[in-house]
Design a protein around this ligand. Structure first.
Ligand code: C2E
Ligand code: CA
Ligand code: CA
Length: 651
């Protein structure tokens, strides 16, 4: 993941900060201890130096007192001398207390000399008192002066040394203080730098997280192809706008746009063209909007526009502008493509006051527009009836065709009545609606048949069925598959081309595909139907007449069609044992089929009694719940392997 480098940096910064904190603590502890020790040394050195100095002063004062006594003897000079010797003694004690062993040696030596000196001084004072100046001078020269000189020298020398030591200790103290200060400042600086790095990295990490979150949110709420908001974001915007509009606000309008021929562009020119077309539609639509309007791509070729504060008239005006914008040809590379657009309009609060209901109204209006080819239609409450449901179903079916998981095929086996073997399987479409659950084909096929949607549905079913037949073939199972063709498909000029392509694409032998059509479908346009059926037959595809007996048919046509199978409708087969009329019809159908050289299939075979009756009538093939219900292909594979019906497969 891209976050890794910054995680490393982050860890580094945290560790660094911890190291700096530890360093700071260390420096401060060591610094304090060293500083205190050094300060103690300095203080001791200084006081010792002071003591020596006092001693030095006292010695000098003794000299002064002696001189004074000799000039004017008296109590005063004597007292001065006694005071000086006392002070010397005090200073010596101080030196002994504060100094080292060497200092104590010095003090002891001074004290010894002092004893000699004081003895000589007593004698000198006595000689002065007697007026014997000659003796006094002798004593002075011989004893007092040398002793005083030595004492002075000793004390002064020690005082000088001690003063030097004190100065040295002070210098030491200053140096250590300097080192501690530098170390503290440096560590603090490193910490500060790390803090900046940390803040930077953390900031970057946070920015990246925010950017990731923003990107994620963008992807979750926007369409990757056009960059427009998607359905989720559009719903949010609409809900917000409805809330802002309030109960008596100005209201808003929602337009739902659906391209009418997009699928064709996608199928014939390819997805790249389809994508480009969608981008250009998005751009043109966006260009026609005001600031504050919201456009979104809801799905495939469906766009929505939200017009806050707009009335129905405003919306209709925009719809007209959009139509003229979108009806200009689109230049896709070298191809000019024309599309039509159907627009449904719904406004709040008139049509609905919540987002879902409003979008449903716009949806119904859009399908009405599509159905009636009117271009743009404003929702009317009476659309929300039977017709509305039909249109909603159509819309949902269109969306189901765009995804892969809603429409699937079930297969029902067809069994040969003479030997019980498999003759093939009929593919029957199943729709699992995301909110309504399973919807039976009888409910949505007829609705799809009222619009062109049935063609898309048929192609969808054909593709799945052909792929399945191929898969079974690859599995060693030869299963001819029948697909139902709606009347409209029979009139579709592209049908033969589509079938050809599909068979080719899946390399499926054409005789493994069977198409079922009803009499009614053929009779709707006999000439065109015959043309299509003949072309299919030429491909090698097998053909059946489905639901025989329910429509009116003309023998003449049945005869001329290249059809090789007749399927008798289940309503007759189901009642052939208790309704004589149905029994007659089944018997007649079997005879007719055989006369025309066709195989006859009985549908809706639900019980063993039917099987016996049909066998007696010479019916060829049976299909019904008695054998198996329509089931997913995987289940049918298992059924093949366990029922014994596939022992021999006939094509
Ligand atoms: P159908 O073509 O006549 O298909 C046979 C229908 O009879 C199926 O109903 C099947 O489930 C049902 N059926 C089979 N055996 C029995 C039985 O023993 N008793 C009874 N009561 N019913 C049985 P399903 O699948 O509901 O399909 C209904 C109709 O919808 C089909 O009638 C067909 O007309 C149409 N349909 C189904 N799938 C497609 C499709 O892919 N394309 C088109 N165009 N139409 C389809
Ligand atoms: Ca059928
Ligand atoms: Ca049928």
């Amino acid at each position: 993941m891209a976050l890794r480098p910054s995680r490393v940096l982050r860890t580094g910064a945290v560790l660094g900060l911890a190291a700096v904190l530890l360093g700071l603590t260390g420096v401060s502890v060591v610094g304090t201890t060293r500083t205190r020790a050094s300060a103690n040394t300095a203080i001791a050195a200084t006081t010792l130096a002071e003591a020596y100095e006092l001693a030095d002063d006292a010695v000098a004062l003794e000299e002064v007192a002696e001189q004074r006594y000799r000039l004017e003897p008296g109590e005063q000079a004597l007292a001065l001398h006694r005071g000086a010797s006392g002070a010397l003694e005090v200073a010596l004690r101080d030196v002994e207390a504060r100094g080292t062993a060497a200092d104590r040696d010095v003090a002891a030596e001074v004290r010894e000399l002092q004893v000699i000196y004081l003895g000589a001084m007593d004698r000198l004072f006595a000689a002065v008192d007697r007026g014997d100046t000659a003796s006094a001078a002798d004593i002075d020269d011989e004893v007092v002066d040398p002793a005083a000189e030595r004492i002075g020298g000793l004390v002064h020398g020690a005082a000088t040394v001690s003063a030097q030591e004190a100065a040295e200790a002070m210098r030491d103290l200053h140096r250590i203080e300097g080192v501690v200060f530098t170390a503290t400042t440096a560590t603090f600086g490193v910490g500060l730098a790390l803090l900046v790095v940390f803040a930077f990295v953390a900031g970057g990490y946070q920015r990246r997280l925010l950017r990731h979150a923003a990107e994620h949110e963008y992807h979750a709420s926007h369409d990757g192809l056009t960059g427009l908001p998607n359905r989720t974001l559009f719903t949010e915007h609409t809900t917000d706008a409805l809330r802002e509009a309030g109960p008596d606000g100005r209201g808003l309008a929602v337009l739902l746009l659906d391209l009418d021929r997009f699928k064709e562009v996608n199928d014939t020119l390819g997805h790249q063209y389809g994508d480009e077309l969608l981008r250009q539609v998005a751009a043109r639509t966006t260009g026609a909007l005001r600031a504050g309007d919201v456009i979104a791509r809801l799905s495939g070729d469906e766009f929505a526009v939200l017009l806050p504060g707009a009335s129905a008239a405003d919306a209709a005006g925009l719809a007209a502008r959009l139509q003229s914008e979108l009806h200009r040809s689109f230049a896709l590379d070298d191809v000019a493509v024309d599309v039509e657009v159907s627009i449904g309009i719904a406004v709040a609060p008139e049509h609905a006051t919540d987002t879902d209901a409003l979008l449903r109204c716009a949806d119904i209006a859009m399908y009405t527009a599509k159905d009636s080819k009117t271009g743009a239609t404003l929702y009317r409450p009476n659309m929300h009836t039977e017709d509305g449901n039909r249109l909603l179903l159509l819309g949902d079916l269109r969306r189901a065709l765009d995804v892969t998981d809603q429409l699937t095929l079930h297969y029902q086996p067809k069994i040969r009545l003479d030997d019980g073997r498999l003759s093939g399987a009929e593919a029957l479409v199943r729709w699992s609606h995301p909110t309504r659950g399973p919807i039976p084909p009888a409910e949505f096929i007829p609705v799809a048949e009222t619009t062109g949607l049935i063609t898309r549905l048929t192609l969808y079913v054909l593709r799945l069925a052909v792929a399945q037949a191929r898969a079974w073939l690859d599995d060693g199972l030869v299963v001819p598959i029948a697909v139902n063709l709606s009347p409209r498909c029979l009139l579709d000029p592209d049908l033969v081309g589509h079938v050809t392509r599909l068979l080719h694409e899946h390399e499926l032998p054409a005789d493994l595909l069977r198409l079922e059509v009803t009499e009614t479908a053929v009779m709707a346009n006999p000439a065109l139907a015959t043309e299509t059926l003949t072309a299919l037959h030429r491909l090698g595809v097998r053909l059946s007449i489905d639901d025989y007996g329910t429509g009116y048919s003309s023998m003449a046509y049945l005869k001329s069609l290249p059809v090789d199978e007749l399927k008798v409708d289940r309503t007759f087969v189901m009642h052939m044992d208790d309704d004589p009329e149905d029994a007659v019809l089944v018997r007649g159908a079997i005879e007719l089929g055989h006369n025309l050289g066709m195989t006859v299939v009985a549908e809706g075979v639900e019980g063993a009694a039917h099987v016996t009756a049909l066998q007696e009538l010479g019916c060829d093939i049976a299909q019904g719940y008695h054998y198996a219900r329509p089931m997913p292909p995987e289940d049918l594979t298992t059924w093949f392997r366990t029922s014994g019906a596939t022992a021999v497969l006939s094509g």
